[in-house]
Design a protein. Structure first.
Length: 212
C-alpha cells in the first residue's frame, strides 16, 4: 500500500528512510508495514543488520521485494495487522503510508501493540505551500510531498503534525522522538514551537512507544 511520493535523497535513499534507520537499534527485529519495493528494508539490513520482515498490499511490489531477497508477504495494514502477536517485533514501521489507510487509529494501535517501538512518518498537509495553494487557487494542493490530484490520490486521511500528535494522545502513544523535515529535507530545529513546525514542515517522523 505504498502511497509514498518521491522525496529528497541522500546517497540514493529517501531522507525519512535515513532518519528511520538512525532510530532502529542494530540487530533488531523489524516489521515494515506497507513496505513498497523494499528500499527501507534493504537499507535497514545493510546498515543496521536487522531481522526484517515486510507486508505490502501491491502484489507487483511484493514480487519485487522477493526478487531482491527480502522477506515480504502480501497483506493489508487495515485488515491483517490484527493477526500479529503482541510484542513480536522490536520496531513496527509505517513510512509515509498511514494517510492511505482506511482506519489510521486502529492501524496505529496495532503498530504499538506489535512492536516494542513504532515508527511512523507522514506528509504534513498543514505546510505553508498547501495552505497557500488552497487559498490562492481554491483547489486541492499539489506539492512535492502531496503530488496527487484530488481524484486520483491514494491519500484518504490527510492530516497535520498537530492532528497526528492529537491522535497519539487518543491512542495512548508516547512520543519518544519527533523529527520534522522542511522542504529541502533538513530537520527543523527542535526548539521551533510546534505551531511553526506545523507550518514549515513538509513531513514528520516519529518514534513512539505505548504509554503506561
Amino acid at each position: 500500500m505504498d502511497a509514498r511520493p518521491a522525496t529528497a535523497n541522500t546517497h540514493n535513499h529517501r531522507v525519512d528512510h535515513l532518519l528511520i534507520a538512525e532510530m532502529v537499534t542494530r540487530g533488531a527485529r523489524v516489521l515494515d508495514v506497507g513496505c513498497g519495493n523494499g528500499d527501507l528494508l534493504e537499507l535497514l539490513a545493510e546498515t543496521r543488520n536487522v531481522d526484517g520482515r515486510g507486508i505490502e498490499k501491491d502484489r507487483a511490489e511484493v514480487s519485487e521485494c522477493v526478487a531482491r531477497g527480502l522477506s515480504v508477504i502480501h497483506g493489508d495494514a487495515d485488515t491483517d495487522l490484527a493477526f500479529y502477536p503482541d510484542r513480536s517485533f522490536d520496531y513496527a514501521i509505517l513510512s509515509l503510508t498511514i494517510q492511505a489507510t482506511k482506519e489510521p487509529r486502529p492501524v496505529l494501535e496495532h503498530l504499538l501493540r506489535i512492536g516494542r517501538h513504532a515508527i511512523v512518518s507522514f506528509p504534513n498537509f498543514a505546510h505553508w505551500r498547501p495552505r497557500l495553494q488552497f487559498t490562492l487557487t481554491g483547489r486541492m494542493p499539489v506539492t512535492d510531498t502531496l503530488p496527487y490530484r484530488w481524484y486520483d490520490t491514494p491519500n484518504i486521511h490527510l492530516c497535520s503534525i498537530r492532528d497526528f500528535l492529537d491522535l497519539c494522545k487518543e491512542a495512548g502513544a508516547k512520543v519518544e522522538r519527533l523529527i520534522v523535515l522542511d522542504r529541502s529535507g533538513r530537520p527543523v530545529p527542535g526548539r521551533v514551537p510546534t505551531f511553526l513546525q506545523n507550518i514549515v514542515g513538509t513531513q514528520a517522523v516519529l518514534l513512539l512507544t505505548r504509554g503506561g
